[in-house]
Design a protein around this ligand. Structure first.
Ligand code: TRP
Length: 459
């Protein structure tokens, strides 16, 4: 296939650094700080972490390069990428499923992102002042999410902010935000981990995170770990296809991809080192569900000098990290509507945002505001948990499987490797990558999904 020229008007990231910042901005977000600890806590700690890391290396990184290559080679959104790389085929629907998945992830992600705004407001108004133990913090969270107007309003506010940024276009919107945020966020997290690790009773949290108990590994734990690896790296629905299309051919894709994966995984582990020591020090329950981080963090701020100031900084940076992720989710849907459906950018942005807000309402109300949504009959979980499992684990796993099959068996490993190495720097161990994409990932992910369906061990 002839190389498709890159179009400046599409909005390339100016430099390698610009791409890494935006890619890391998409990857790093609530997935690291909110979802990772909550999944780890519910799934046995160290055993989960071990499998998650294994999946990052063996499946996440290979899929990341598959997506980036598809995006840069085709210069398209997820749907367009499949149809350009396999003309006349029906592969486009995989991209379509990805767009739908991104939309549905955005609809629950924005609920949690709204909580960060609420917590920012509470930190500013001094709600966490005075002694805050796990019990008081749990009560604050419980009251907060049970207020329907608050939960829905903050989520819509967050979606609106996302829409405003995406409306402004890729380069201006995304790159500027991330290059300031990332270093500051990282520094603050290191500091918080230092405080958490030196709390009395912190060791129990460290061993929860690192002392592997193999009896904890069940098929459900494995699926959740796979889902988390994909979710955290923004894989399986085409976000990295879209971002790959914006990466300049002169920039090294191997370096860009490796940096994003490294930063993202490092921040997740750092989040674990903040949450679990403090959690065990304060006696909270590791399987506390989606509220986990929100319950634990105030107890850390309570235990540090200038805690009030750090709390404000933390929620502000977390909200911004969440924003760079919601931007990437919305951008996928919008670039599909603009490129494939010929819809104007403005209409695509606001239409998607409104529809997403509507789907977000039941999730926002599922943490206590409406009891029927908190414990759905038959599934034993709330609406938000269900969306998280459905789209965040299953749809992404299925998407990653299809992407591997497409690149490995349809488009081809060689053209993909050519695109990855287009800057002159090839992917190290390209043959290993080819084998992972063709055989290991499809067998592992496909096998796991088939096993889950056959045994009906969904959650
Ligand atoms: N990776 C982001 C996080 O960890 C969330 C995210 C952004 C995402 N874009 C995505 C997840 C695309 C899956 C697919 O917070």
């Amino acid at each position: 296939m002839a190389t498709i020229p890159q179009n400046e008007a599409r909005g390339n990231f100016g430099s390698l650094m610009g791409f890494v910042m935006a890619g890391a901005g998409s990857a790093i977000g609530l997935g690291n700080i909110w979802r990772f600890p909550y999944m780890t806590g519910e799934n046995g700690g160290a055993a989960f972490l071990l499998i998650y890391l294994l999946f990052v290396v063996a499946i996440g990184v290979p899929v990341l390069f598959a997506e980036l290559a598809m995006g840069r080679a085709s210069q398209r959104n997820p749907v367009g990428a499949f149809t350009v790389l396999a003309p006349g085929s029906s592969w486009g629907w995989v991209g379509g499923l990805g767009v739908l998945t991104g939309f549905c992830i955005l609809a629950f992600y924005s609920v949690v992102a709204g909580w960060t705004l609420g917590y920012l407001g509470m930190a500013l108004s001094g709600t966490f002042a005075g002694p805050v133990d796990a019990e008081r913090s749990g009560a604050i969270f419980g009251d907060f999410v049970a207020d329907p107007a608050m939960a829905v309003g903050l989520c819509i506010l967050f979606l609106t902010i996302t829409a405003v940024v995406v409306r402004g276009g890729v380069q201006k919107g995304i790159q500027r935000t991330t290059s300031v945020l990332m270093p500051a966020f990282f520094a603050l997290l290191v500091l918080l981990a230092g405080r958490s690790l030196t709390l009395e009773g912190a060791e129990a949290g460290v061993s929860f995170l690192f002392a592997v108990d193999f009896s904890k590994i069940t098929p459900t734990v494995v699926v959740q770990a796979l889902g988390q690896a994909l979710f955290s790296l923004s894989l399986g629905m085409g976000a990295m296809i879209t971002y790959g299309s914006y990466l300049d051919r002169k920039a090294s894709m191997p370096l860009a991809g490796a940096s994003v994966a490294l930063f993202d995984t490092g921040i997740a582990i750092l989040a674990g080192l903040i949450i679990f020591p403090a959690l065990f020090a304060s006696g909270a329950d590791p399987s506390g569900g989606p509220g986990l981080v929100f319950v634990v963090m105030p107890t850390i701020f309570d235990a540090m000098p200038l805690g009030g100031v750090f709390a404000v900084a933390f929620y502000l940076l977390l909200a911004t990290a969440a924003l760079t992720s919601t931007i990437s989710l919305l951008e996928v849907v919008v670039s599909y509507l603009v490129d494939e459906r010929g819809i104007g950018r403005e209409v695509a942005v606001w239409g998607t945002t409104a529809a997403c807000a509507a789907l977000a309402v039941p999730s926002a109300l599922s943490l206590g505001a409406v009891s029927g949504l908190s414990e759905l009959p038959g599934v034993g979980m709330g609406f938000l948990d269900l969306q998280n499992a459905l789209w965040g684990n299953y749809a992404l796993s299925f998407g990653a499987l299809m992407i591997c099959l497409f690149v490995g068996w349809r488009w081809g490993v060689q053209p993909a490797l050519d695109e990855i190495g287009a800057s002159g720097q090839p992917l190290p161990a390209g043959a290993v990558w080819g084998a992972l994409v063709r055989f290991v990932c499809p067998v592992a992910v496909g096998g796991l999904l088939v096993y889950i369906v056959v045994t009906q061990n969904y959650f």
